[in-house]
Design a protein around this ligand. Sequence first.
Ligand code: NA7
Length: 536
Amino acid sequence: SVTMPEAVLDALIVGAGFGGVYQLKQLRDHDYKVKLVDSASDFGGVWYWNRYPGARVDSTVPHYEFSDPKLWKNWSWKQRFPGSQEIRDYFAFVADEWDLRKDAEFNTFVSRAVFDEQNNLWQISSSDGKEYTARYLLLNTGFSAKRHIPDWKGIDKFKGTWIHPSYWPKEEPDLRGKKIAVIGTGSTGVQLAQELSQVASEFVLFQRTPNTALPMKQINFTEAEHIPPKSAYSELFQGRRDSFGGFNFNFTPRCTFEDSPEQRQETYEELWQHGDFHFWLATYQDMLFTKEANKEAYNFWKDKVRARIPDPRLQAILAPEIQPHAFGCKRISLENGFYEIFSQPNVSLVDVKSTPIVQVVEQGIQTTEKVWEFDYVVCATGFDAVTGGLLQMGIQGKNGQLLTDKWKDGVKTHLGMAVSGFPNMFFTYGPQAPTALCNGPTCAEYQGDFIIEMMNHMRKTGSQCIEARPEAEKAWGAEVHKFAYSSLVPETDSWYMGTNIPGKRREPLIYFGGVPNYYLSLESCEKGGFAEFEQS
Ligand code: NA7
């Protein structure tokens, strides 16, 4: 049955992670009539879904939280890199503090959104038949809303339990003494391997590409010791806009070979000891741009990691002598004892580059070498990242054009937030923005503030329709390509380039100019009265 459209909203927000939650709070404070929907049954975004053993953020707090003092003054984390449950607790706290629940509808998957050109309104419907009418459609669906499972033959024949980790069963399976496989060595695979190898009777990790993981250096906070102290928070939140990744650190202004070999070793060692992403994003500024600099960083990484793996065969798979890809141009993960698990007698590593997976069979996984038997297969093969989540919602702009058609020959956006032909629609943490290279909450606030300023501007001028100008979109695309192609990123296979999904177009999906440049672009657009957008 078709329900009658509810009263017109100023904005429908899709997604209850950092982006959506921030916008709900801010828009309500600015007297907009808003509602938030999410397909999950609670707040948390990625953290609602990612509840697999070991799921943990690899950005430090307090960067990885909202900057509102009302929140951080009353919230203390237990660890420098909080686990998934702790982040869900934080979301529950935020929902209470900001009184969000009354405007949130859960278990609601947006399956269609059509722009009504006569009235400048979005008509939105959910898969269970709910309908919404809103002036603005604000998509905060994140970069990993669409899971990816390779289409191996026989998955349906497997007699054990097959799990994509972001659909971890709420009823926690008892994995003790079980034979467990993890396929994939992204952040998820690495975190899972660290945990499941400790409980499984036999644990097998299937690796296609080594993850050039860095030591996390977790810190447990105590009441007395909360690092950094809260007195430093305000300044620290300010500092995010000057940092490439939206944290509080930056590339050093020096180039790799300006230093003597001894100085270089010392610098690398310091970055290494610091943990976090420092060896990646606080290193020599040419690391992501020149092959020689990149190789130097890789070699240091390789020697460090090899020292932790006694078996030369495993060394060659986990930390190959020949650099497998440009270091840091594929998402680096933070590990906590990952390389040590391979010395355990119950752990095996399968290199699927040399012995590919042929098919899934009743007992487990058949490679070109043998059949591996399992009770559980955890398929940590990632996501149709960055664009997949946006393209699965049946979005239709002006003249009936589908977003899937608009992006058929490549992604086009203005500022990584808007699309020409799709008025009054904005998204955060999507394609052609610093997404995923930028700390999530930093992006949520900067992009959210831009959207709110834009809506305020529209209200002030009495306009009802705002749409990215095609020429602005073209210029932004060129900007995105300029940054990407000046680096080693485009030659590296990864979801940054869309190459993790068979058949997906190879193109830079992320803006690699860093947060400071991105922030300037937003600021200049705002100061120019949003003239890069047509308004009527
Ligand atoms: P990722 O980072 O996309 O990792 C997926 C992993 O699965 C990666 O190691 C892939 O190998 C592997 N994969 C994908 N398809 C296959 C096939 N067909 N055969 C074997 N292995 C395969 O997803 P995550 O969930 O770990 O992390 C997502 C993001 O969340 C992460 O980057 C952080 O930002 C947080 P590949 O490397 O492509 O060779």
